[in-house]
Design a binder for this molecule. Structure first.
Ligand code: WTA
Length: 652
């Protein structure tokens, strides 16, 4: 815990407070704290009351069956997620409301209404049925941020086929591993997408994965870039040929509350990604409840979550939560800096965006590019700002508040995980007085605590490990195919409590300050990447004998990947080799996981039992100048590393 005390002290000086602005509070979805007391008095009754906002084919019999660590919510109930996200809004006469304003990176635009979305979802669902996709079959989706992505997701939900979306930035190898683990027999992809003005290929990547996934029967391919792709006869089909000719109605499957809705893979502290399993009713409830309450959703809002649907933030807050609430959203395909640094601000002005939800890493990038880019546009439509993915440093919070929010927009710093399914710790913007850098308090109905090594609650003002003390509707139901790993990872450390893996401190007023991961998981631009995965990738190069990877503080991405590499004897270290290894990791895992620095070293500090002393390596890495991409360990580093190895040995 010694590592964390710095972070605690750094944040401790932050005493600025921002109460909800009175004009905001006056029309807020929630404007007093009665909801917290009601939820706390009887959490199950509270969730049952909230679940009435969903559309059910058949109501549930039991709110919660809890046999730790396995929870079942709303058992006996039947519903369909796509009906909740689309049909019911059309049925209520809101078919002409825009579901998504799509903005392609090259500047192509399309407004898709709920009525049009319904037709597209039904056609895609019918196409999947024609291909033989049945209820319970897993469908892998590997796509750019185009409208066909949420359409494909909802089509899967409509026919009861769980989807597993693989972020388009992942490599062929990563896609292959996920297809195999999920045993997906169908894949939906695209020829490619656009990034920084250039088309990038997805189908070609998918083909490399598919060469090693013989069980895949069909691949549906969206034409986005028009670039040449290889289509394998009998297996590969064009979306525009198969989907367009389908009937535009499709009877939805009546799913059980606990039927699997999707799998989403995330990094754990061991190398193998975990297939996080979410089910239907509880997940829809968690995402729609939080989307309405945390983002204070009003009927006329234009909501923009600038994440990628390939991560959980996009699943919950671009697709399921907003659509279940009948919101109008923006879907943007590209990067924030193309063709200019003001692309985001131009989008906000064009659509009159009222709510913006993004990651601290993006905010810091905008800070670096300069306030003048935002200054060129009218951002007065904004009324609420959100942050997600990592702790937001007070400096970035204040910049976001002043420069983007004009000092008038509350900020909701939302803490959650792929595993939690929806936001659990966050302000309610019409109720909570915020402090820059704090996610404030657990939401109504959520039980959280901060505990010490022994599992005892620590007093206010102290730091420890964040735990969740009772089940919540959108919690993961397991790790696909591995109930033991589920128990071990989340429930074994403190019996009966969910172990989050984040350090946390509560200040004297009970505010929660998240302090980052305590396991071997790095947070790079808000994406979880395990050190083990990068290490395995490095040692898969025959020239590498051993590797140790740590996160290094980075002003823009939060953490950057820093690799210590020991080469096999006879191999000579060189900057070129360093570049090749960085490239090797990018190819195996994905470009977003490209290491920032590779340092060649003759030694690694280890305990006598052979455990690498990461704390020391982190110290070495944080002392390095940023911007170095590859480097040879200099004498002082080697000394430090050697000294630590010897001292570790003599300590034992
Ligand atoms: C971190 C992303 C501090 C945390 C939704 C968590 C945060 C991990 C915050 C989950 C926040 C997310 N403040 N840290 N507001 N939000 N984190 O699964 O370490 O990609 O455990 O889900 O991100 O990452 P994941």
């Amino acid at each position: 815990m010694a590592q964390q005390s710095d972070a605690i002290e750094a944040l401790y000086g932050e005493n600025r407070k921002f109460p909800p602005p009175p004009e905001f509070q006056a029309r807020a979805v929630v404007s007093d704290d009665e909801i917290y007391r009601r939820a706390e008095a009887d959490p199950e009754a509270f969730w049952a009351e909230q679940a009435e906002t969903l559309d059910w084919f058949k109501p549930w019999d039991t709110v919660l069956e809890w046999e730790p660590p396995f929870a079942k919510w709303f058992t006996g109930g039947k519903l369909n997620a796509s009906v909740n996200c689309v049909d019911r809004h059309v049925a209520a006469g809101r078919g002409d409301k825009v579901a998504y304003y799509f903005e392609g990176e090259p500047g192509d635009r399309r407004a898709l209404t709920y009525a049009e979305l319904l037709t597209e979802v039904c056609r895609c669902a019918n196409a999947l049925k024609e291909l033989g996709v049945r209820r319970g079959d897993r469908v892998a989706i590997y796509m750019p941020m185009v409208l066909e992505l949420p359409i494909a997701i909802l089509a899967c939900a409509r026919i009861g086929a769980p989807h597993t979306v693989v972020f388009g930035g992942f490599s062929a190898e990563a896609l292959r591993d996920r297809i195999l683990d999920a045993d997906a027999r169908f894949v939906i992809t695209a020829d490619g997408g656009y990034r920084r003005g250039k088309p990038f290929a997805l189908k070609a990547q998918a083909d490399r994965a598919l060469a090693e996934t013989p069980a895949v029967r069909n691949v549906l391919v969206v034409r986005r870039t028009g670039e040449e792709v290889a289509m394998q006869g009998g297996r590969d089909l064009w979306w525009h040929e198969v989907v367009a000719r389908q009937a535009d109605e499709c009877e939805p499957e009546q799913m059980d509350s606990e039927d699997m809705l999707y799998l989403l893979y995330t990094s754990g502290s061991t190398g193998k990604p975990k297939g996080i399993l979410h089910t239907t009713a509880g997940y829809l409830l968690g995402t729609s409840f939080t989307h309405r309450h945390v983002f204070d959703l009003q009927d006329d809002d234009i909501y923009w979550c600038a994440a990628d649907i390939g991560w959980v933030t996009g699943h919950s807050y671009i697709v399921y939560g907003p659509l279940a609430n009948g919101a109008t959203g923006v879907l943007y395909e590209g990067t924030p800096d193309y063709p200019g640094f003001d692309r985001w601000w131009e989008i906000i002005e064009r659509y009159g965006v009222t709510i913006l939800y993004c990651a601290p890493t993006a905010i810091r990038a905008h800070m670096k590019w300069g306030a003048e880019h935002a200054g060129k546009h009218d951002l007065s439509s904004l009324r609420l700002l959100g942050s997600v993915g990592e702790p937001i440093n007070p400096e970035a919070w204040i910049w976001y508040h002043q420069t983007i929010g004009g000092g008038r927009c509350p900020i909701v710093d939302t803490w959650w995980q792929t595993e939690t399914g929806s936001i659990l710790i966050s302000p309610l913007p019409g109720v909570t007085t915020t402090k820059p850098g704090s996610a404030t308090f657990p939401l109504p109905g959520i039980g959280a605590d901060v505990v010490d090594e022994a599992g005892n609650s620590v007093p206010l003002g102290r730091g420890g490990y964040l735990v969740l003390t009772r089940p919540w509707p959108s919690m993961l139901r397991g790790i696909y195919g591995d109930p033991e790993r589920y128990k071990e990872t989340y429930w074994s450390r403190y019996p009966g409590k969910y172990f989050v893996g984040d350090g946390c401190k509560r200040d004297d007023e009970g505010y929660y300050w998240l302090l980052g991961r305590v396991d071997d998981v790095m947070n790079i631009s808000g994406h979880r990447i395990s050190t083990t995965e990068i290490e395995s990738s490095l040692v898969s190069d025959p020239r590498v004998a051993e590797a140790a990877v740590v996160g290094q503080p980075d002003p823009v991405t939060g953490e950057a990947i820093f690799c210590f590499v020991i080469l096999r004897s006879g191999v000579t270290a060189s900057p070129e080799l360093g570049q090749e290894l960085r490239q090797h990791v990018a190819k195996q895992i994905g470009a977003f996981a490209r290491p920032k620095t590779v340092m060649f070293t003759p030694d690694l500090p280890k305990t006598r039992s052979g455990k690498i002393m990461r704390r020391l390596l982190r110290d070495v890495a944080s002392g390095r100048t940023l911007g170095d991409t590859t480097t040879l360990a200099d004498a002082s580093v080697v000394e430090q590393i050697r000294a630590a190895s010897t001292s570790a040995k003599s300590d034992e």
